[in-house]
Write a protein that binds this ligand. Structure first.
Ligand SMILES: Nc1ncnc2c1ncn2[C@@H]1O[C@H](COP(=O)(O)OP(=O)(O)OP(=O)(O)O)[C@@H](O)[C@H]1O
Ligand SMILES: [Mg+2]
Length: 156
């Protein structure tokens, strides 16, 4: 990954951060270390969704998914960043978000996605819930290196 655009370099180099194959219209990275950063991510994602004229329901789904993944990046990944992009072209436009950290990684992704599973005293609904709220969902994680979770929501 080209860390020149990242406010804080994520050492974990993920295929998800390198791109999803779509044409990128605009791209921004935001740091994820504090609750304030979560608020900032929610705001930026809402603005991107508004700019794309997503419906209020779709905006809310995307912001909710982003919020859950941002919190996981901070709580379990020890902080990191989010890459936020408007992707596609012509009739098919969407918003792609990649949450990346260089934390411990997720040992068992299937288990982590299961509703009710938590290793940190949460509800265990964040990851699976986020997956259900978006059109595409992908996890790249390696033990001791980090985690990247990519989501994409298309404008319907
Ligand atoms: N970035 C990450 N790095 C390492 N482990 C993670 C990461 N994100 C999620 N996990 C693991 O996946 C589990 C499930 O995540 P999920 O968001 O579903 O639940 P939770 O955060 O524990 O609770 P909730 O989000 O409902 O408050 C976490 O408890 C944690 O073990
Ligand atoms: Mg969570």
């Amino acid at each position: 990954m080209n860390t020149a655009h990242a406010p804080d370099a994520v050492r974990f180099d993920s295929r998800l951060l390198r791109g999803g194959g779509q044409q990128v219209q605009n791209s921004a990275t935001l740091p994820l270390h504090t609750d304030e950063h979560v608020v900032g991510v929610r705001k930026v994602v809402r603005e991107m969704a508004l700019a794309l004229k997503l419906s209020l329901v779709e905006q809310t789904k995307l912001v909710t998914a982003a919020s859950e993944l941002a919190r996981n990046t901070i709580k379990y990944g020890g902080g990191g960043m989010v890459l936020a992009q408007t992707v596609g072209g012509g009739a098919a436009l969407g918003i792609r978000l990649v949450f990346a950290d260089d934390g411990p990684g997720i040992a068992d992704v299937a288990l982590a996605l299961r509703d009710g599973y938590t290793s940190g005293g949460g509800l265990g609904l964040g990851l699976g819930g986020a997956k259900r709220l978006v059109d595409e969902f992908d996890i790249d994680t390696r033990s001791g290196e980090g985690t990247a979770v990519a989501i994409l929501k298309w404008k319907k």
